[in-house]
Write a protein that binds this ligand. Sequence first.
Ligand SMILES: *Cc1c(COP(=O)(O)O)cnc(C)c1O
Length: 430
Amino acid sequence: MTTSEQLFQRAKEVIPGGVNSPVRAFRAVGGNPLFIKAAQGPYLIDEDNNQYIELINSWGPMILGHANEMIQKAVSDAVQHSFSFGAPTRREVEMAELIISMVSSIEKVRMVNSGTEATMSAIRVARGFTGREKMIKFEGCYHGHGDSFLIAAGSGAVTMGVPDSPGVTKGVANDTLTAPFNDLYSVETLVEANKGQIAAIILEPVVGNMGLVLPEPGFLEGLRELCDKEGILLIFDEVMTGFRLSASGFQGITSVQPDLTTLGKIIGGGMPVGAYGGRKEIMDFVSPAGPVYQAGTLSGNPIAMAAGKAMLTYLNENPEVYTELDRIGAKLENGLRAGNQKAGKNFTINRIGSMYTLFFNEQPVTDFASAKASDLSMFGAYFQAMLKRGVYLAPSQFESLFISTALTDDLVDQIIAAHEVSLLEVLGGA
Ligand SMILES: *Cc1c(COP(=O)(O)O)cnc(C)c1O
């Protein structure tokens, strides 16, 4: 038995399913999860001392690769002065100023401890601000595990086969309406049928949680127009895309601007951090400025702020990072496409910048239904074939992969080579 296998046996005795977040358990791809003891640059090292080139990067945060020295230094400097005060600090002000300077639609921002907290709080503020109770989300979009969002949620929820979780009350579920992504007409129909009752429309403007799916031209524009006409708040959940697709997230690329934005992942530089922000008059509804209650004992934690501030400062001052990530991303995409062609398959690859998904599906993937039409057992076999060759992918078809600046041209060539052999092996065995 490997050390990872032994640890997983022990873990299953004491942790539900042996993991602290479901997708880590490898249920969708079979086999046992690897227990990771260290990571450096583009590599993960497991408890059995195997080294992997990895494309998860902690599900996004490690955009500069693992154990980045600049962030390490910021954290170790901060650690000298105790770990938490529960009182305001200078770094929180600097962090808020930095976020506002980078993300143009954000005029005020509140720090929290995870993406889940950010979306839960944003939706409460939207309800408080509009005095309305319902919201619209999109099938396959994941907004964390808050009750209101566990309706047709993507990612882990799909992978586990529990799109609607027990424990979410009917009352809560009734206030969450869902529409297919990229389907403006069905959103208009929902709004019409619930006139004056919708507080917010929330979406991942580029979806990462059903695998990568891009908004079709006009979709976001149409949502913005509809929201303006009906007094509905538009919330961009940029927990994944924030500071990843540009220094201002996806809203730095599209002309459509949201009323509220939720952030997470990269914003903490690998520490547990989230944030939500937006127009001043909306954010001034948040306690203690306004009546909508939201709090956190460890929110704005000094160590987490030190890591996040170092990360965001670097990205803000080095926008060429995004050009380079796009170049590497394009190289990888082209290589994977060439590999597919050699294997006689026209599998869909969706990519933007440093995010991409290879779908085992020869049709375009534009929404949750088309994502689900992918060959999941072939994905599982491919995942294992790549892992065997030292490439660690996200253990589910319904995930985006993330490229870091630590991924060199040589490593991309290695991934492409592994892809070609793995694909042939999988197809040969199919
Ligand atoms: C990861 C993610 C979340 C949840 O963030 P956690 O930090 O895991 O709670 C919310 N929304 C999106 C788009 C995400 O990708």
